[in-house]
Ligand binder design. Structure first.
Ligand code: GAL
Length: 426
């Protein structure tokens, strides 16, 4: 299997000098509004798969309800996990041409923009809409600095889920449960292969997908406390636990779909539903995609927490920011308000597979999987993702992707953990 790295994250802080905005970027209009340049909003994201696009359209519809004359320009750039979008965004920020609003994640991901001074303060939106009372304090904190809030979050995805094709597992007489250990999972992959089944679905054309398999394997091996120590720099990346996780990861890779490098995450998801491969480690945007494709929970597919990660919820929280010097800053603030409303959060999550971040959104109209995920989000230990830029710096995130890409080729555990250790100390 060959894996291409398509992610080019920016590591410079040279985005702070946005004094003028020359033009809005291209994109497809999803509106029949009057379209005057003064009355339009560009929304930048990487949501182009079937379920992502449908969920984005719910945000746009929610915004347009309160802002009927405004034209919304959908500037989505294809590429799961945002690899391509991040590269384009970086170029635009450096060229003083920010989208009005763009997708990011809490923690270090949003922190890079906050520190560059390019984001509009959304505190007035939080105050007007009473958001601080209904969004978990920890989450508000992770999109804030010095008492000012800079991000409006829509839904929380659970990153550590293992999806499987029910018929293939039954055929191979393989069982996965919440108590399956990482070692037993590797054995299960072997049993699937021995029955002539492609064991591991992988959309490695999107670099994040392979990195996510490692992230989930690592958490399964080191646990939440180990994870927190690692990202805080209290444990070394060359520790025996990380090395053991790398070794397990190397045992999983040979079981990947031989076509993985040509597949995006959503194509790999379709293959799981179609019975062309058996299991996939992926955040629960895969749930939205499976359902969008007509697959039935309980009949066609099932899920368990990634082996070893039960009781934890890897946070991947979709969050929008507004450029301080956006051409349509005021509309950007209205966008932040609209996507934070109860109804829009629920409509969005129904398409996306996520959990509304507002704790006052009733979840009883959501399908069983999402109710379970919502209970996990509200009750389990929350873990910030490295792959989606929350736990560690964008520079480390990029090194993590690069190290995984190298490792897929070399399977050299020692060099892999060493590369991660060097990245963490630089
Ligand atoms: C994540 C994002 C999710 C989903 C995924 C795949 O970064 O938070 O909403 O879109 O990428 O593209």
């Amino acid at each position: 299997m060959r894996v291409r790295s398509t992610r080019y994250l920016f590591a410079t802080a040279a985005v702070g000098a946005l004094l003028t905005v020359s033009a809005c970027g291209g994109g497809k209009s999803t509106s029949t509004g009057n379209g005057s340049a003064a009355n339009q909003l560009e929304v930048f994201s990487w949501w182009t798969s079937g379920s992502e696009d449908a969920a984005l359209k719910q945000l746009i519809a929610g915004f347009k309800t309160g802002n009927p004359g405004v034209k919304v320009v959908n500037g989505a750039v294809a590429g799961g996990g945002g690899g391509n979008a991040q590269a384009i965004l970086q170029t635009r920020l450096q060229g003083n041409n920010p989208p009005d609003t763009w997708q990011t994640h809490p923690g270090k991901a949003i922190g890079q923009y906050i520190d560059s001074g390019i984001l509009a303060d959304l505190s007035s939106v939080y105050e007007k809409d009473g958001l601080s009372k209904v969004v978990p304090a920890e989450l508000v904190e992770s999109v804030s600095k010095n008492g000012k809030v800079y991000g409006a979050s829509t839904g929380a995805h659970r990153g550590n889920v293992l999806w499987f094709n029910k018929k293939l597992l039954a055929k191979a007489e393989v069982q996965l449960s919440a108590s399956t250990t990482p070692e037993q999972f590797v054995q299960a992959l072997g049993e699937l292969e021995s029955k002539g089944i492609t064991p591991l679905c992988l959309g490695a054309k999107d670099a994040f997908a392979t990195a996510e398999l490692f992230e989930n394997t690592l958490l399964g091996e080191i646990g939440v406390d180990g994870w927190n120590d690692l990202v805080a720099g209290k444990t070394s990346w060359t520790s025996p636990e990380v090395t053991q996780a790398a070794s397990l990861f190397s045992k999983m890779l040979p079981y990947a779909d031989p076509d993985a490098s040509a597949l995006s995450w959503d194509q790999a998801t379709k293959r799981l539903a179609a019975g062309e491969c058996a299991v996939m480690s992926m955040g629960d945007w895969a749930y939205g995609e499976l359902v969008k494709d007509g697959a039935k929970d309980g009949t066609d597919f099932g899920y368990v927490p990634e082996p070893g990660t039960g009781g934890s919820f890897v946070l991947v929280v979709d969050t929008f920011v507004v450029a301080e010097n956006a051409k349509h800053r005021d509309l950007g603030l209205k966008w932040a308000s609209a996507i934070s409303s109860k109804d829009v959060q629920l409509a969005f999550s129904k398409e996306k597979g996520s959990t509304p971040v507002r704790t006052d959104v009733p979840t009883d109209s959501l399908p069983a999987y999402q109710q379970e995920a919502a209970a996990s989000f509200r009750g389990d230990q929350l873990v910030q993702s490295i792959v989606h830029g929350e736990a560690m710096s964008p520079q480390f995130q990029q090194s993590f992707y690069d190290a995984v890409t190298q490792f897929v080729q070399s399977k050299d555990t020692g060099s892999f953990v060493q590369a991660l250790a060097s990245a963490a100390s630089s």
